[in-house]
Design a protein around this ligand. Structure first.
Ligand code: COA
Length: 252
């Protein structure tokens, strides 16, 4: 399924999946999730593709799920399964995943990177996950993967308190491969994806699978979180927080 806000490009054996909705800071709609899931499965099925690369736009990797879409699900008018299909596609991707993250990285704009093999960020990148403030719970198996990476205390601060995690701290914690200047981000991420693409693909696939371990645990956590998330979306806490964002007035 195509979306005008997802641009798919091939650079040799690298498939670039670019979120391109700058006026909404790359908030992801249902159509965008569907387009990204389709790109992952098409790229995995294409022997000419050896790595997937996620990019955003300058200053905005992704502002998270489109909150109008969440509100529609919260109010019961939509089912909104596309996000869960995308998370499963991400966790099940057969080929290495790389991301280049500049600036805003909220919600899934943070958690998507937990599934990437290499993430590049810039000095102005800040990872945030305001799930609890929205009356929600973590997703994308972040409740499993972030404590493993950061330990409980920093994971709690990020996932439960919504405290920002700047790029340099994410680098120190091992959530990011390198922090590079804004103007170097895309070339660094593309070069890394190209390097991956130059490796013997079967040996790389098996090595990556060994490093990642069995996927069942991650998939199970995505499903468990999904159940809790769906329940939370229909809560008064979430409805209030989502409505407040949608009706917020910007300072004149
Ligand atoms: N869903 C829907 N629209 C969003 C959005 C989202 N997640 N994030 C930003 N937008 C929209 C804004 O409503 C605004 O639209 P408008 O120009 O029509 O009013 C536009 O994108 C620009 O956002 P703005 O808030 O003006 O930019 P900013 O640079 O001041 O702040 C954010 C950027 C990301 C910090 C802020 O927009 C924000 O907090 N967004 C919500 C993030 C979120 O909670 N995501 C879900 C996580 S689970």
């Amino acid at each position: 399924m195509a979306s005008e806000h997802i641009l798919i490009e091939r650079r040799d054996a690298v498939q670039i999946i670019r979120m391109n909705r700058p006026d909404k800071k790359n908030a992801i709609t249902r159509a965008m999730y569907a387009a990204m899931s389709a790109a992952l499965s098409a790229g995995d099925a294409d022997p000419g593709v050896r790595a997937h690369l996620f990019l955003g736009v300058p200053g905005a990797f992704c502002a998270g799920n489109d909150l109008a879409d969440f509100l529609a699900v919260a109010m019961g008018s939509e089912s909104g399964m596309e996000v869960w299909d995308f998370l499963l596609a991400l966790a099940g991707a057969q080929k290495p995943l790389v991301s280049g993250v500049d600036g805003i990285a909220v919600g899934i704009g943070t958690t998507l990177n937990l599934h990437c093999d290499l993430t590049f960020a810039t000095p102005r990148t800040v990872f945030t996950t305001p799930f609890v403030d929205l009356g929600l719970v973590p997703e994308a198996a972040s409740s499993l993967l972030v404590p493993r990476l950061l330990g409980h205390q920093r994971a709690f601060a990020l996932l439960c308190l919504g405290e920002p995690l700047p790029a340099e701290e994410a680098l120190a914690a091992g959530m990011v491969r390198a922090v590079v200047a804004e103007e170097m981000l895309e070339s660094a991420a593309i070069a890394a994806a190209m390097r991956i693409a130059s490796k013997p693909p079967e040996a790389l696939r098996m090595s990556r699978d060994l490093l990642r371990g069995p996927r069942e645990e991650v998939v199970r956590r995505i499903r468990d979180e999904g159940q809790a998330f769906a329940q939370r979306l229909r809560s008064d806490e979430a409805r209030r927080a989502l409505s407040a964002f949608m009706s917020r007035k910007k300072p004149a």
